[in-house]
Structure formats: C-alpha cells, structure tokens
Design a protein around this ligand. Structure first.
Ligand code: GLC
Length: 741
C-alpha cells in the first residue's frame, strides 16, 4: 500500500515538474481514464473519505489532489435552503430562496414529457446556481395506497406513465452538469413504518410494476445517482441490498453511477461494503448508538470499514468500485468544465412552474358547463377554505422549501379578476395553522378562534349572496396529511370539510370545489357539486395556475396519474394487500405481502369491476374532441417487428385545447393472469377548434411482454392482442386487434 502511495505521489510530482496536466485533471481525456488516474493517486484514507458524508448534505473530495467535494440537495420540487453544517435546520442565508415548482404528481398529470424536460432543466439550473451537484430527486415510487404521505412527490400508479415522465426530467437536470438521484429505490410505497417494513412481493410484480420507472430512469435517462430506500426487501435494508442494488441495478441494468443511502438508511458495515452502497449519508450514529452528531468518522463506511481493511478482513476491491463511481460522479458534475452556470428565481423558471401547473390541473367534473367562469355576468364570487390562503411550500418533509414567492389561490383569483367583480373570502374551516419547517417560517397568522359552526354559518351566509362559490380545500403538508414520515389515517378530507362543502352546496348551486392534494380523497358530495378541479401542490405559481383554469385563460388538459377510489376498501392494497404490514413477534420488523401483485390501481379496478370515483387517465376539457377509428398498418407482427396504430383526433369545440390520447393493450388469451388492459402509449395533442391531427403509436414485442418470473425473463406469447384507444382508462373510444406470431 505504502509503495503504491509513494509511487502515485512520485507520478504526480513528475507531472507537475514536467508541467503536464495530470490525466484526472485533463477534461479532454475520456472520463474512465481520468477515473483510473485519480484512483491511482488516492491513499486508502482518502478513498474511505469520499464514500461517506462529512456534513448533513456534503461529502469530501480529495483536498490534496484538488478533487472537489460533492454537495447534494433536496428536493424534487425545488432547491432546499442551505442548512447548518451538521443539522437539518436552515442556516438562515439570505441568498437561497428558490422557485417552488409543482409537485411531481402535477407534472405526471400533464402527461407531457416536454413538461418534464422543461421541469428538469429549470430545477437543474437552480441547483447549479446554488452550487449543488446532486438533486435528491425525482421520486418514482408507485402509488399503491392513497394513504402514502409522500405520493405527492411521485408520479402515480402506472409504471409506463412514471417511466415516460421521469426520463426527460433526469435528462433535463443532468444537462446542467447536476446529477439526478432517483429515489427511493425501491418498494418504498408508504411512510408508515418506512424504516421497518419488509416488503414481500413476487418477482413478476416487482419487474412489471415497481421497477420499470427506475429502470427507464437509469437506462434511458442515464441517471448518475440512485437513492436507496429505507425499508427492507428480502430482509435486507434497501440501502445495502444484494438483490436490488448488485443483482438488478448494477448487474442487470449496468448502472455505472452512485448509490446514495437515504439519510439514516445505512445500518451495517459489512452489508454496506458488499451489498451495493456507494455513499453513506445521514447516519446519525457513532457506530454504536444513535444520537451523536458530527460522528462522520464513525460512519459505517468510515473508520469501521478502514479497520476491517487494515485488519485484512476485507480487501479494497469493493472500496475501489465505490470510489470509481464517486469519482465518475465528480467528473460528470463538479469537474466538468463545460457545464452551464445555472440561474435562480428567473422569470423563465416562474413561467415554467406556471406552465406545468396550467397543464397539470385536472378538471374532474364540470356539470352544466359551469366552468370556465364568465366574468362579464358575474358580480360577486365567494372563495372559501383554508387552502385558498395557506402556504403549501413549507412543510411536508424533505421537499419543504424557502420560496422567493408563493401566489396563494386567493391571490391568484384576485390577480386574475381585478376589478371585474367582487371577491369575498370566508375561512369555512380551520385546519392546521402551523407554518414552520426546519427554521423556515411562512409568516402567516392563520389562527382563528371561531367555532366550526360559526365558520360554516359565515360561509353559508356569504354564499347566499354570491353568484359563484369556489371552495378551496383538500389536504396540506402537515403530519398525517401529504407529508413525509407519516401516512394518512383515511381517505376522507380532514377538518370536517365535507360538512362545509355540503352546506355550501345547499346554499348555492353554483359551487366549484378545488381540491389541493397529492393524493386521492373521498368525495361523498360529488353529486351535489357541479364542478370539481384537482389542483395539486403547484408551488410558487399555484394561485395563478388555478385562476388560469377557473377563468378560462387556460383550457385544462391534465389527466389523473392515479385512480380516485370511491372508498378505501376498493383499493387493492387495503382489500388484500396487507397494508400497513404485520409486525413480527420478536422484532421491530413489519412484513407486508403485496398480495394484489400486478393488480395496482386501474389494473385492480378493471379486473374486479369496481367503478372508481374518477379513473386513471381521466380529465375533462372546455372543448370537445372526437377520436376516429384506430387503424393498424399491419395485421400481424413477428420478432422485432413494430405495428403502427393511427387515430385521427379532431377538436370539435370552439376553444383550442389539448387531449391526451391513451393506448392500452390487452392480452386476452395468455397462460398467465394479465390485467384487463395496461397503458402502453400516450400522446398529448394540441388542437385549434376544428383542427384534426393523426396520432400514431408504435407497438412492438417489448410492449406485449410480461415478466416470466420462472425463467426470469420478459416473454411474449404469440396470439391475438387488443389495442384500446381512449381519453381515459374508463373512456375507450375505439379498439382493434392484431396478432403477434
Ligand atoms: C429524507 C428522505 C429523502 C431525502 C433525505 C435528505 O429522509 O427520505 O427523500 O432526500 O432524507 O433530506
């Protein structure tokens, strides 16, 4: 070891005497050559140093060689404010406010990969400007239960949609020389017992439902980093998991990036060495017990690892692989001289946030075509609800932000309406008046000591005097709502909102409900409310996007990325899926059998014939679209052939708008149980009134395949397949058949 170190120092000094640039510093050389050169120069201690944190969010480089530190940052919706060296608390800098982009459920609801590219590029620019090299996001865990506190950070229930939408986000981020760190790999589908749940799922379900979005992020998106999840799989923590990290991620997928632990997700030195972990962050431990801060040398991959090597108990083989990956990450980011310089809080970023919000809002119901509101004949609009005024960018866990500005729904409505009519506000209910997270405060005083009945009486009284009533409620970022590290207790809206909505519906038939949430909610009043809008956590431009849709500046084109069930027992995870898991007798581990297998979301509703409240892929428009008959360019394919399906789409209304044409596939006769249909294509088409465009989809063997767990491979059984084209999973307009021989 010593000889090697001396040799490498001699080489460096030889170069420096000759004045030549050492290979690892020469950006004209191939990255792999630079990696090997840097590795050869590092001492054992330097190698151990770079694979674990030195502060809450950064890891050391190699000072002696001029190899820079890696700075990571949350989160998927915006760049987290700077924190104190070894704390979660913000450092109270005055230059780190950011733009809050819409939550990823909103991005998924756009069904528009161009929005993902715009999103990734924009948030990557903010990270780059803040001198961060790894964004800890996006998250693509599958929406398995509507109770999961972190669904708002993810991209819905369908692996194909999530996969198609995550790739452009990753590419957009990384076009800035900033790494995306796709999370939480994998099977982290709830927050309840997130550290102690051992997921038991069959291979076919794993490969068909829970892995595809991660696989696309790695193989098509080229993600430079992956974050291990907190939970167990096959009784191993996912931050050091032989099966998920070595066999699948690095083995089958050839991932050449860095596996970063979730913060505090590392539990065992030997497993961390051998089971695929490359960088350890957030371990709050002195290696022996929890609770000591600044214990970085005591991290599992720090001194304990160094000792094992020095005692000859392990070689440096795994260490060198980890260090190569870390060096590759540094060369792709910090040491990439060609990367742009980024920007922060630019108008382009606000415009991007608003555009994504505009395209992601979903018009769920619009009876009597009450929307868009026409201001010419309107004198008075009442806005009711805490979510009309409450800031949503603070709280919710690690995705919490310190924004430069956040336009509330009430402000957005007021901005849009101007003096055209009177806007009155009534609280309606009091939910959560807190407004602080890790030292970031909203500054809002939401306290209101009136009783629930007084609040409802005021709202009803005002409603009777108004032309329209817009109720703006839903969930928020508080514990047991849409919030990390906790799940919701049920599907119902909290804070007796149902009672308020019912009272308003009785008081004024022109009622619009705007539900702000990252999860489905129960709507017992659905038949009494003419218009329902699903408005996500939209971030800095929330109020402007909501007003754009309500007053028709934008024609809504969002589609649900997950099913809205009528009741919780209609959800597979709750019907047969063992949520939230069953505690073992003798240890703090909860086993959870994903008994529903591949039947997640609409796959379950279709198979069990359970009508949803609103279906996956559902979303209305202010115009109308006609889909013609789908036609195939051939009747049968074999081998690697592709068949192209084409469908004419016409805007038969008076307003320009966009429709998301969805292609679902069925394999009616197969030796294994398959869902009634599965999403295998979608295309968002923008049309002027009267305009027609042809939308085409290419389908091939991969789209027809299922995962044959017995032989551990994707396989397609010859026979007849059905293609369904529609505007929602429960709105199929035409079908056709073709054969795979
Ligand atoms: C949190 C989250 C993870 C986040 C990390 C750093 O516990 O699970 O998503 O990026 O820790 O805040």
């Amino acid at each position: 070891m010593k000889l090697k170190c001396i040799l490498s120092i001699l080489i460096v000094s030889a170069f420096s005497i000759k004045g030549e640039t050492p290979a690892y510093l020469n950006a004209d050389l191939p990255i792999e050559e630079r990696v090997e050169d840097a590795l050869s120069r590092m001492t054992l201690k330097e190698k151990i140093g770079v694979i674990h944190a030195q502060s809450k969010f950064c890891s050391p480089g190699v000072k002696r060689l001029g190899i820079p530190e890696i700075w990571t940052t949350d989160g998927p919706h915006g760049i987290r404010p700077e924190v104190l060296w070894d704390e979660w608390e913000q450092a109270c800098w005055s230059n780190d406010s950011c733009v809050a982009f819409p939550a990823l459920t909103c991005l998924a609801a756009t069904w528009n990969p161009e929005m993902s590219e715009l999103y990734g590029k924009s948030i990557g620019e903010e990270a780059r400007y803040r001198k961060k090299s790894v964004i800890l996001g996006p998250g693509v865990n599958i929406y398995r239960t509507p109770l999961n506190g972190r669904n708002f950070e993810y991209m819905g229930e369908d692996p194909y949609l999530a996969g198609e939408m995550v790739v452009p986000y990753v590419k957009g981020v990384q076009s800035n020389g900033v790494a995306a760190c796709v999370k939480h790999f994998a099977l982290n589908n709830q927050e309840y017992n997130r550290h102690t749940t051992n997921v038991i799922v069959d291979d076919r379900t794993l490969y068909e439902i829970y892995l595809p979005a991660f696989k696309k992020a790695v193989i098509e998106g080229g993600a430079w980093a992956i974050m291990g999840a907190y939970n167990y799989y096959k009784n191993q923590h996912l931050c050091h998991n032989q099966y998920m990290l070595n066999d699948i991620l690095k083995g089958e997928w050839g991932f050449d990036g860095v596996v970063i632990s979730d913060w505090g997700g590392t539990h065992n030195t030997m497993e961390a060495i051998t089971n695929g972990l490359d960088m350890e962050f957030g371990s709050w431990t002195n290696g022996l017990s929890n609770g000591r801060s600044n214990a970085y040398d005591s991290y599992y991959l720090a001194d304990p690892y160094l000792s094992l090597i020095k005692d000859g108990k392990v070689t440096t083989q795994e260490l060198d692989d980890k260090v190569r990956r870390v060096l590759r990450l540094i060369l792709r980011t910090e040491m990439n001289p060609k990367r742009p310089f980024g920007s922060l809080c630019s108008e382009e970023h606000y415009n991007a946030a608003r555009k994504i919000g505009d395209e992601g809002i979903v018009l769920l119901q619009n009876n009597r075509k009450i929307l868009p509101l026409n201001l010419t004949s309107t004198k008075r609009i009442l806005v009711v609800g805490e979510n009309a005024i409450k800031m949503m960018t603070v709280g919710g866990g690690s995705s919490s932000l310190k924004v430069q500005r956040e336009v509330s729904p009430l402000e957005g409505i007021r901005n849009c309406v101007g003096n055209n009519c009177e806007i009155v506000y009534a609280r309606g209910y009091v939910g959560d008046i807190s407004g602080e997270y890790n030292g970031v405060v909203t500054g809002q005083n939401l306290s209101d000591d009136r009783s629930a009945s007084e609040l409802i009486a005021e709202a009803v009284n005002e409603a009777k005097k108004s032309d329209y009533v817009i109720f703006i409620g839903g969930l928020n970022k508080s514990k047991n709502q849409d919030c990390e590290d906790s799940d919701r207790a049920g599907l119902e809206l909290p804070y007796q909102q149902d009672e308020v909505i019912e009272a308003l519906a009785d008081a004024n038939k022109n009622l619009i409900v705007v539900n702000i949430s990252g999860n489905a909610v129960a709507m017992p009043w659905v038949k009494k409310v003419p218009a329902i809008v699903q408005a996500w956590f939209i971030g800095s431009e929330a109020g402007n996007s909501i007003a754009d849709v309500i007053f028709g500046k934008v024609n809504p084109s969002g589609k649900l990325p997950f099913t809205f069930p009528v009741a919780l027992e209609h959800v597979a995870a709750h019907a047969i899926g063992e949520y939230p898991g069953i505690k073992r007798n003798d240890e703090d581990i909860w086993d959870e059998h994903y008994n529903e297998g591949i039947l997640v979301g609409y796959r379950w509703h279709d198979t069990k014939k359970i009508p949803p409240l609103f279906a996956f892929g559902h979303g209305l428009s202010y115009t109308t679209f006609e889909l013609g008959k789908v036609k195939a360019d051939k009747e049968a394919i074999t081998g690697e052939d592709k068949v192209t399906f084409t469908v004419p789409v016409t805007n038969t209304g008076k307003l320009e708008g966009a429709e998301v044409i969805q292609l679902y596939l069925s394999d009616p006769k197969c030796s294994v149980k398959r869902p009634v249909k599965e999403l295998k294509g979608f295309s968002k088409v923008f049309l002027q009134p009267g305009e027609t465009k042809n939308v085409s989809f290419e389908i091939g063997k991969d789209d027809l395949s299922y995962f044959d767990a017995g032989n551990h491979k994707w396989t397609v059984e010859p026979g007849e397949f059905k293609v369904h084209i529609g505007a929602a999973s429960d709105d199929i307009r035409s079908s056709t058949t073709f054969k795979y021989n």
